[in-house]
Write a protein that binds this ligand. Structure first.
Ligand code: HEM
Length: 382
């Protein structure tokens, strides 16, 4: 249909707002007129609005008939559509007749007499009840049964498949992100830039139950970080981790420039934090109590000044800060024990995917941080 936006299933949802708004305002104006009887403007206004509302029900009714033919209904929604359609018909008939009567009453000045005025007013309120029932059934069609709606897919994070060539390194996606599904204990490290106590990092493959073999990352207390050096601007990071055997903090780091300058979402057995490290000083954007147990999926979104992190698809920390520009994505461990990692993948949110890979910068491999609190004693909470 001409002028119908591509996303609209039909014109009915666009038109229904007119009768609803006009008729409700008509009833309000009429109520005021019942009190301020000497001010004719309210009476006149109510009649005009009821006429407009009746025309609106005509348009909604016409469009509704076309809508009913243009949508596919779930089985359970059929009876509801029938009721909604019946109510829509009654509503149209009712307000057409009612508007004519109100115009006639107004033209003959009958509605200055209390009896007619009151009858007209109360009948109009009855029509509003009918309007409410009609709109309620229509809204249920949409919001309970999703009729006419292109449902937003409940995006499940797909566990990436292992690399087809048998290698275990992260693989760049066409859209500017990358996928890391480890299948070997250590060869993947060669494709990462590492920082800190990398000699202390022990890696192995472990039985992850239903997840199959997963990567076990063990450290002994000194911080260690690794990044895949594909520069990203806006980024979504998805990964699944198990922290049951780890005491300390795991950071999902992004916009990494070097070992002291990066953004992060961290998870420990006590809380989840979000912030950035600037020359080694930690600035927090948000933190929430958090006590993971078993496997959890994590999603970190960094989109310009908006930073959100989810655990198992539930928003946990949400902060705002300066646009961090671009940088690398990786993981930083600061604690003792073993973190299990099933997979990790990144997506470029705004299609900066065609970017050239950034050349890794020369970075100091020495890390100054050596405590389990990750330098957060010096937190500058913002
Ligand atoms: C005349 C008064 C009517 C009113 C005020 C009305 C109101 C509504 C409302 C409020 C919705 C929900 C829209 C949304 O939230 O997106 C709706 C949906 C719907 N209505 Fe009506 N309706 C009327 C008549 C009809 C008639 C006569 C039919 C069918 C013969 C009909 C068929 C539908 C259908 C199929 C939907 C589902 C969404 C769509 O595809 O448009 N309506 N209506």
């Amino acid at each position: 249909m001409l002028f119908l936006p591509d996303w609209a299933p039909n014109i009915h949802p666009l038109l229904v707002h007119f009768p609803i708004a006009l008729l409700v305002v008509a009833a309000i104006v009429d109520s005021v007129g019942m009190v301020l009887k000497k001010q004719d403007i309210w009476r006149r206004g109510a009649v005009g609005l009821y006429v407009g509302g009746a025309l609106g029900t005509f348009a909604a009714w016409l469009a509704g008939k076309q809508a009913a033919d243009s949508v596919f209904l779930p089985t359970d929604a059929n009876a509801l559509l029938t009721q909604h359609s019946d109510l829509g018909h009654y509503l149209f008939y009712f307000f057409t007749v009612y508007a004519v009567i109100r115009v006639v009453m107004y033209a003959l000045n009958m509605d200055t007499r209390t009896l007619f005025r009151t009858l007209g007013y109360v009948t109009g309120l009855g029509g509003i009840v009918l309007l409410w029932a009609t709109a309620d059934h229509g809204a249920q069609l949409v919001y309970v049964y999703g009729v006419g709606v292109k449902a937003v897919p409940q995006e499940m994070v797909m566990v990436p498949a292992p690399n087809s060539d048998g290698s275990s390194s992260p693989v760049s996606n066409e859209d500017g992100g990358w996928t890391f599904k480890p299948t070997r204990a250590s060869s993947w490290l060669d494709s990462m830039t590492t920082y800190g106590a990398v000699d202390d990092l022990q890696t192995s493959m472990k039985d992850g139950g239903e997840r199959g073999d997963v990567l076990a990352l063990s450290t002994n207390g000194r911080p260690v970080m690794f990044t895949f050096d594909q520069s990203m601007i806006t980024v979504q990071v998805d990964l699944a981790m198990n922290l049951d055997d780890f005491v300390g903090t795991v950071m999902i780091v992004h916009h990494v420039i070097d070992e002291n300058n990066y953004h992060f979402t961290s998870a420990s057995n006590e809380e989840m934090k979000q912030g950035r490290s600037e020359n080694g000083d930690i600035y927090l954007m948000d933190n929430k109590p958090y006590s993971p147990s078993g496997w959890h999926s994590y999603r970190v979104v960094a989109d310009q000044i908006h930073f959100r992190a989810y655990s198992d698809q539930t928003l946990t920390v949400h902060g705002h800060g300066d646009d961090p520009g671009s940088g690398w994505v990786g993981i930083r461990l600061n604690g003792t024990g073993t973190v299990l990692l099933d997979y990790m993948q990144t997506v470029s949110l705004r299609g900066e995917g065609k970017m050239d890979m950034a050349e890794p910068k020369e970075v100091e491999m020495e890390m100054e941080m050596d405590d389990h609190d990750d330098g957060e004693d010096a937190d500058h909470e913002h």
